[in-house]
Design a protein around this ligand. Sequence first.
Ligand code: SAM
Length: 248
Amino acid sequence: MSSRRFMISSRNIRDGYASFNGDLFNHMVRVLRLGTGDGVTLVDEAGIEHQGIIDQVSREWVAVRIEARRPAPATGDHGARITICQALPKGEKIDLILQKGTELGVHDFSLFCGRRSVARVREDQLAAKLERWQRIAAEAARQCNRCSVPAVSWSPSAAEAAGSTAQELRLLLWEGERKQSLKSALADLGRPASVIVAVGPEGGFDPLEVQQFIKQGYLPVSLGNRILRTETASIAISAILQYIWDMM
Ligand code: SAM
């Protein structure tokens, strides 16, 4: 079996060894039960892969002897970069969306406060929330052996989230769309280099938000007659696009 891959900071590497404590130590030693002599692949922020052998394990530290290094094989360049533009849902649903979207190959998450979002983020809470959301994405990326961590960003409104769009294809998952299905919208389109998908909160999109997204070139599409929970719609679209564009 190819050795397990872990994302690290190049700061962990010194004099031919990489050493870790904290989350990465727990994941390697306690969760995966790796030990002395096991091979691991460490990918740093510059995209360099360090092949190594676990050399020492103490109560809180693990040391890896680096045996070889090479540029990490380009990943994700075979498919579209998927951005989920997600209205903040209530409670911990965002944890599920970040975790499952990361496992399903989402490139990054653009979160925003929808006009009908029940959850609100005060200015003084934002830094801590962004850090927590980014940690969830990093943990999910580590668990599924991704060598890239999706970035998580925040906009105070749908208008600002829609306005900062640079993706080639823009989709608005709109519960009010009655004519255009996702399937018909994508039927004549090839695989784009990048796609962003807007998903509303539990209360849905309000008409002004729908207009704002459409003005920014978003295609409103339906996922069928059933009304899906926001987390279901967000996770489903991440999987559907991966499948349609042969990215699984
Ligand atoms: N409150 C809305 C209603 O009752 O019509 C439902 C909003 S739904 C719970 C949350 C979000 O999931 C929607 O804003 C939309 O982005 C997406 N969604 C849910 N079902 C959908 C469908 N059938 N087609 C397109 N998008 C859907």
